[in-house]
Each structure stands twice: as C-alpha cells, then as structure tokens.
Write a protein that binds this ligand. Structure first.
Ligand code: KIV
Length: 276
C-alpha cells in the first residue's frame, strides 16, 4: 500500500513525513506532537495518532533529573532516540540536538545531527535558534537531514534570556518574525514557537509556508507540542500556564505502588495465581 493513500491520515499511512505536514498545513488541518523518551510511551502515543514524537532535550529534566536542559549530552539522548524510533510505526521521530552540540559551527551541527539519524534512527532533528542558526540549518538540509527549528523562548538559552519569560512582546515581535522567516529560508520544514504571544504566533503562521508548532503560542499554530509528563500529570508541582493536564498518571502510579507495597508486606502477594 502506498504511503500517500488517504487523507486525513488514518491507519493507512505508514509514516508521517515532512511532505504530509506541509499538505496538512495547506488543507488547514492541525497536527499534534508530544515528547517521548522511551519505547512504551512511544508505542502508546503512536497508537493514539500523534503525528510527531520529539525526543526532547527536556529528557534532561524529565528523565535524568537535572534542573535544566543544559547538562544532557548527545551520548545520553541517542539511546533514548533509538528506543522511540524503534517503537513507532507511523509517527515522525525528531531528535533534539542538545546544548553545545551544534552552536559552534555548521560542521559541528551536521556531524551531531548525522549521529541522531544514523545511531538514533531519528527522521529529523530539532535545534534552537533563529537567524543565527541559519547556516547550521542550511548545512544539515544540504546534507539530507530534515530540520525543525525552535524560536521564541529557547530553554538552552535560559541564562542568556534572563529566565523563563514570554518572548516577542511589543517591538520584539518583529525579531521573532525575522527568526521565523530566516529558518524557513534556510530550509527548515517546521518551527516550534515557545512562549510567544498568540497574535504574533498567528501572524507568523499565516506568513510562513512551513508548519508552525506552538507551546505557549496560542491556538493558531499549525500544530501543538507539550512535554508528556506535564500534559498527562506524571510531574507534580507548578506547571507553566500553557500546560493543560489531560490525566493524573502520578496518582494512578502512586496508588498502584502503595497497593503493591501493602500486599507484599501483608503477604497477600504473590498468591496462588502468581505462584508456579
Ligand atoms: O525538549 C523539549 O521538550 C522541547 C519542547 C518543549 C518543544 O524542546
């Protein structure tokens, strides 16, 4: 069966590709993206019909327990990327290039991105930055690597940006628009916009031919992305305003762990059914 059999893309499509996202934008259809860092969540999200899975550098916070995304390394992210790409049938898997692995030069960026494709099995890579990252994007695209850009609030630059804050308010909107145009011009197939005012993101979405993906950027983007532990309630504590919580996975796990602990301690588990 061909990959382009039906639209909208249901079970008949084999793999979501950059061309499909472009066609969805042309038809005014939205798509969804979630982070995933392991085989089992990748299978679930793929089955749910999520078009794009991002093996985010947010694994630094959400898997490895760091307080920012800065410490995570290429060697730490590649095995996670391989787990996700090996688990999905339909979703596009995007590997997130970590801090310091591409900013130094287009050549450095290309070599890192190639590792995500070869060793991680990623279908595309994501990098943070706008105009200043255009040479990196061009180099990767020339070398056959699809690139998703990430502008607005870029967590790898949290210290340079002065902390977590909305980008592109007032006069700064022009800068975000120029970043968006620059990454499109350089050959990116999509651009994540993080913590950008909704009206600015809407204007950029109208102006660009490539897909925009919002996280705290309002409803007019072509797609939306959330970190799954935030969206499905595995993480506890204060959430950014843009997160909607769809489930309370932490409570389910906590209850299950408590029930197991109590049955082990009381001698109820394992019972006859679980004994050879
Ligand atoms: O690493 C990540 O999770 C991301 C998303 C927030 C877009 O970059």
């Amino acid at each position: 069966m061909s990959e382009e059999t039906t639209a909208p893309y249901g079970p008949t499509i084999k793999r979501v590709r950059t061309a499909h996202l472009r066609e969805m934008k042309e038809r005014g259809e939205r798509f969804s993206m979630l982070t995933s860092y392991d085989m089992l969540t990748a299978q679930v999200f793929d089955e749910a019909g999520i078009e794009v899975l991002l093996v985010g550098d947010s694994a630094s916070n959400n898997v490895l327990g760091n307080t920012t995304s800065l410490p995570v390394t290429v060697d730490e992210l590649i095995p996670l990327t391989r787990a996700v790409s090996g688990a999905v049938q339909r979703a596009m898997v995007v590997g997130d290039l970590p801090f310091g692995s591409y900013q130094a030069s287009p050549e450095q960026g290309y070599l890192t991105a190639a590792r995500f494709m070869k060793e991680g099995g990623a279908h595309a890579v994501k990098l943070e930055g706008g105009i200043e990252m255009a040479p990196q994007i061009e180099r990767m695209v020339k070398g056959g690597i699809p690139v998703m850009a990430h502008i607005g609030f870029t967590p790898q630059s949290e210290h340079a940006l002065g902390g977590y804050r909305v980008q592109g308010r007032g006069d700064a909107a022009e800068r975000i628009l120029r970043d968006a145009e620059a990454v499109q011009e350089a050959g990116a197939f999509a651009v994540v916009m993080e913590m950008v005012p909704g009206d600015v993101a809407a204007e950029i979405t109208r102006k660009l031919q490539i897909s925009t993906i919002g996280i705290g950027a309002g409803k007019e983007c072509d797609g939306q992305v959330l970190v799954w532990q935030d969206a499905f309630g595995l993480r506890s504590g204060r959430m950014p305003r843009f997160v909607k919580q769809y489930a309370d996975v932490r409570s389910v796990l906590l209850d299950a762990a408590r029930a197991y602990d109590s049955e082990v301690k009381s001698g109820e588990f394992p019972g006859r059914d679980h004994t050879f």
